[in-house]
Design a protein around this ligand. Sequence first.
Ligand code: NAD
Ligand code: UGA
Length: 441
Amino acid sequence: MKITVFGAGYVGLVTGACLAEMGNHVMCVDVEPHRIDMLRQGQVPIYESGLDVLIQRNAAGRRLQFTLDAEAAVAHGTLQIIAVGTPPEEDGSADLQHMLAVARTIGQHMTDYKVVVDKSTVPVGTADKVRAAIAEQLAARGTPMSYAVVSNPEFLKEGAAIEDFMKPDRIVIGSDDDRATLLMRALYSPFMRNSDRLVVMDVRSAEFTKYAANAMLATRISFMNELAHLADAVGADIEWVRKGIGSDPRIGTHFLYPGTGYGGSCFPKDVKALIRTGRDNGVPLRVLDAVEAANGAQKQVLVQRVVQRFGEDLRGRAFALWGLAFKPDTDDMREAPSRVVVEELTRRGARVQAYDPVAMPQAQRLLSHVEGFTTVPSAQAALEGADALLIVTEWREFRTPDFEHIKATLRRPLVLDGRNLYEPELMQAMGLEYVGIGRGV
Ligand code: NAD
Ligand code: UGA
């Protein structure tokens, strides 16, 4: 099939590369010249494991092209997949300006039947707006033409994006156009393995499904974070509790890990947007309000632990920080808990010496204005002259560190672990003062 993908970001690139891998001819279009230049030279502007190889292979096979030319891109694909950003507005609602700009572009340039696929995360009713924006352009041109707008939300996780796209739990299609539904079924048939995981529904339900999924996952995390605080207060260990409840198949084992709060470009913005949709429709989402508030507080948990031990005035103090990305296996720092930790500690006068395996260039860009923040070339270097070690992201390379070295290097052998990487008993045996999340210590 011939496919156009608008947006060469996390979702657009993974979608484009995976669809090209299945033999489709994909043209990815973006508005950022630098991004397209890099991609044309075989460089990938984001860190996502395996994406470079997939892009290079399919670009070499001429199944994957990159362009700034929106007119050529519209001409290329029968399927026009929109994967542009939908960042939060001040009031929490999703900003649809990029979506609607693409819709207008399609309406301006299309010359035959198109299936417009909303893959970005967008509020219920957006497909209607996209349809109307295209109709307006066609009317202005005086050239009526048939087209369909379908919703096809994306459920991939950063860090495992290719695996998630290639082996999806489910594909959700919201469509009220039979021809478009058949084309979407054909598009995804190579990804279905032995069972049909394609769920076809009406457009509004598909749009809603995406927010419901992210809100449900965010709720589990915030709930576990609150249970972890209670575990600390009553002397229970949340790690045992997690195993104890997760073995119930009605609860399940995934997304029950307490930590320093959820971050990333999706949960925070999508929770806010769903709360906004609730408000706009006179349906207060009280549980989700609490999820959002609990997460805001959770991002402060390591800071509070530092303040409890060192006081509000942190001048003259230095802290080692391991992990800047919002989760492992990505360089993405959007809404990362590390940013709150860095800003709050340096605001109190501390120095923060941070290390992350891949996100340091991002951190230098985003946190260069923060006085007292530095990045260092290794996890060990971060410990030099530090009063304590703070762990924010659970990168694999932090899982079995040299505990003797940590103890010998820190000024005070204190480890504040925001991801429960280590066993408290082991840390005690190694002579380290250890505080996890909800470990009852
Ligand atoms: P991103 O910021 O990484 O990429 C968006 C790209 O769109 C940018 O490169 C931008 O330059 C480009 N763009 C903006 N306007 C354009 C236009 N008019 N024409 C062509 N390109 C344009 O965003 P992302 O993380 O890929 O997210 C995209 C959407 O997918 C969002 O709605 C997000 O919520 C959703 N989503 C993201 C993930 C994820 O893990 N990142 C997962 C599922 C869904
Ligand atoms: C999330 C969803 O998992 C994807 O299904 C969805 O497609 C995506 O949002 C999106 O809509 O963009 P992502 O943000 O890439 O994916 O990463 P997650 O693995 O979900 O982690 C999100 C945050 O929750 C991270 O900060 C992570 O540390 C935190 N988290 C996750 C926990 O604190 N505990 C857990 O048990 C799981």
